[in-house]
Ligand binder design. Structure first.
Ligand SMILES: Nc1ncnc2c1ncn2[C@@H]1O[C@H](COP(=O)(O)OP(=O)(O)O)[C@@H](O)[C@H]1O
Ligand SMILES: [Mg+2]
Length: 254
């Protein structure tokens, strides 16, 4: 069977700069694949290529065997590829719950339901999606902050709510761009638990960009290392940790 996500010989160029250079990698359902490498290695650009935010110059990107490169971001999102961004992006003036509802409504479309079945059905859809959003926040250990404004949450709480919003529609594939930046140690542990559960219990395939190497070692089934846009390693964490080329690329020494 085809992998959930298959990136095949993908390059992304910005003028003369080859930001991603012939990268191939696959992520299976329920698999956690970490993408590491020094700043400027092309990690975010590769995410942008998968989510439709950057055009690829060559190669193919397949979701469940179907090409998704060339589609617009909202089309790729509708196919079940959700992502978080490096610099976050909750609606500050909305509560945590309302932010998750925004993620849910991308799919529920209560306005459309309302047209079809009258206002009552729309109200029912509304209250059931509110229940669903609360249940998700509970599941992800942030139920207690459901009614707080996003702007009043700690950075760590915001990141977790952002992840809850991204997974609200149960996407098969989740892309997380540096989710642990600025998180206190206990929030990091919570994040690790959440990522593991999403993969193990819900079968979500996860591609994770992360600088915190302990976190990568703790959650990843596989680690892919990029350097100057090229893939220099793709192996289980313990093997990558022992790889000389990786140490050179990632830590700047052998
Ligand atoms: N929109 C863009 N236009 C031009 N160059 C870009 C753009 N986005 C990224 N780059 C360049 O591509 C390279 C890879 O960047 P990026 O993917 O952000 O790396 P990483 O996420 O691994 O730190 C860098 O040299 C960066 O300056
Ligand atoms: Mg980046």
């Amino acid at each position: 069977m085809a992998s959930l996500l298959e990136i095949s010989d993908v390059s992304v160029r910005f003028g003369g700069l080859v930001a991603v250079d012939g990268v191939s990698l696959a992520v299976g359902a329920g698999e956690i694949c970490a993408l590491i490498g020094p700043n400027g290695a092309g990690k975010t650009t590769l995410f942008n290529a998968v989510s439709g935010n950057a055009a690829i110059s060559s190669g193919r990107i397949l979701l469940k065997g179907e090409p998704i490169h060339g589609l617009a971001p909202h089309q790729i999102s509708a196919k079940g590829v959700r992502r978080t961004f490096q610099n976050g992006g909750l609606f500050a003036g909305l509560t945590a719950l309302e932010n998750v509802l925004v993620g849910l409504h991308a799919k529920v479309g209560s306005g459309f339901l309302g047209l079809l079945a009258g206002a009552r059905a729309s109200e029912r859809a509304e209250s059931s999606s509110t229940e669903q959003a609360r249940a998700l926040l509970d599941l992800m250990e942030v139920g207690h902050i459901a009614d707080e404004l996003a702007s009043d949450l700690s950075g760590g709480q915001q990141r977790i709510v952002e992840i809850v919003r991204a997974i609200a529609t149960e996407p098969p594939l989740l892309l997380l761009d540096e989710p642990a930046v600025g998180l206190a140690p206990h929030m990091r542990e919570q994040l690790v638990r959440i990522i593991r559960r999403l993969a193990a219990e819900q079968g979500v395939g996860i591609l994770l960009i992360e600088h915190a190497i302990e976190l990568v070692m703790a959650v990843a089934d596989r680690v892919v290392v990029l350097n100057y846009g090229r893939k220099v390693a793709d192996a289980p964490p313990e093997q990558v940790r022992a790889d000389k080329a990786v140490l050179e690329a990632y830590l700047g020494h052998a």
